[in-house]
Design a protein around this ligand. Structure first.
Ligand code: SF4
Ligand code: SF4
Length: 335
């Protein structure tokens, strides 16, 4: 395993961490098995969120007797002081610990960030919790470059989490600034929300950028841990063949694709927007049309049910033209 210092936090962490979203699909016993495997392999950085339903509590159960072997990071969407204070206490209880190594402000937009740092904002609770030893460091996660840039100017921000992968390189310039300012950079969405299917290449691409402190793929299976470790720990440069494949992926995917973050939900008429785009991706890119059509066919609300209200588009951090994309998907599925 390769280890690195997480920016100004001074924490020593493995270059590959554990993204806590997918364990929502398994159970506490399965999570414990994964954590035993991670401990044996030397992975010590774990990221989760208050918003990932059972993820914090599964992790809390999984690290029983192993708390000292892991660096725990979690995050909250609370923007005011009272809400953040309550969330920190809930996270501590769920994670069954008396301290959390890194507590992050979860994906604020610019207006919400102002609220966080303003009077009575969430930052006051984070600073108090830090002084009380409940949390040790404070970070922030973002999806927009505007928020990323602003975060770089805030002296309480010790780490920044932002999407980074083969097709989402828009943060690279600001990532370099993280290195200059000794802010830890945590790369999320290494597979672009499931749009990239070559996980080994995706990890190699990220690990080859020295501005990435740690990458946190979501992992729910033992073989994923093994595969990701070997890709991240391979210190050789990308080959000409790998670079050609990266170019080909970029040409195929472009930038207008869904990352499955679900910030657009809920849809006014109940369409599961990210699932429509997932099945559409399998239909168009991965030659799995039978599977995709079957799954799409089972959806209660179809892409064609969209009434065009546009509310989802105001919530999408990637400014995707969701209405048009749904129209295109509906045409392809209805063929
Ligand atoms: S524009 Fe369509 S998909 Fe978006 S919220 Fe409205 S009905 Fe749902
Ligand atoms: S449409 Fe936008 S907000 Fe909705 S899941 Fe996809 S990327 Fe996220």
């Amino acid at each position: 395993m390769r280890y690195i210092t997480l920016g100004k936090t001074g924490l020593t962490i493995s270059r590959i961490g554990f993204g806590g979203i997918p364990i929502q699909k398994i159970d506490a016993a399965g999570t414990r098995k994964l954590f035993l495997q991670m401990k044996a392999a030397g992975i010590n950085f774990v990221d989760t969120a208050r918003g990932y339903t059972v993820s914090e509590s599964y992790i809390g159960e999984a690290i029983d007797g192993m708390r000292g072997d892991f660096v725990l990071a979690t995050k909250s969407m609370s923007r005011d002081k009272a809400g953040m204070a309550k969330d920190i206490d809930t996270s501590l209880a769920n994670l069954r610990t008396d301290y959390i190594d890194l507590y992050q402000v979860h994906n604020p937009n610019m207006a919400q960030l102002e609220q966080v740092i303003g009077e009575g904002g969430a930052l006051e609770a984070l600073i108090e919790a830090k002084a009380a030893g409940k949390i040790r460091h404070i970070g922030l996660t973002a999806h927009s470059l505007e928020v990323f840039e602003k975060a770089l100017s805030l002296d309480w921000v010790e780490t920044i989490m932002f999407p980074y992968n083969i097709v989402e390189t828009q943060g690279e310039e600001l990532m370099r600034k993280c290195t200059e300012k000794n802010i830890g950079f945590i790369a999320m969405k290494p597979l672009a929300g499931g749009a990239l299917d070559d996980a080994a290449l995706a990890m190699r691409f990220i690990a080859n950028n020295p501005d990435v402190t740690v990458v946190i793929p979501g992992m729910a299976e033992e073989r994923e841990i093994e595969q990701n470790i070997s890709a991240v720990c391979d210190t050789t440069s990308l080959t000409a063949e790998e670079n050609a494949k990266i170019e080909q992926i970029r040409n195929t995917l472009g930038t207008q694709f869904c990352r499955r973050c679900n910030y657009c939900a809920p849809c006014t008429v109940g369409i599961n927007i990210s699932s429509v785009f997932l099945f559409d991706g399998y239909l168009t890119r991965y030659d799995l049309s039978g599977w995709a059509k079957e799954r799409y066919g089972a959806m209660e609300k179809k892409a064609s049910d969209c009434i065009g209200c546009g509310i989802c588009e105001t919530r999408c951090p990637y400014n995707l033209p969701i209405r048009q994309m749904l129209k295109n998907a509906a045409e392809r599925f209805d063929k």
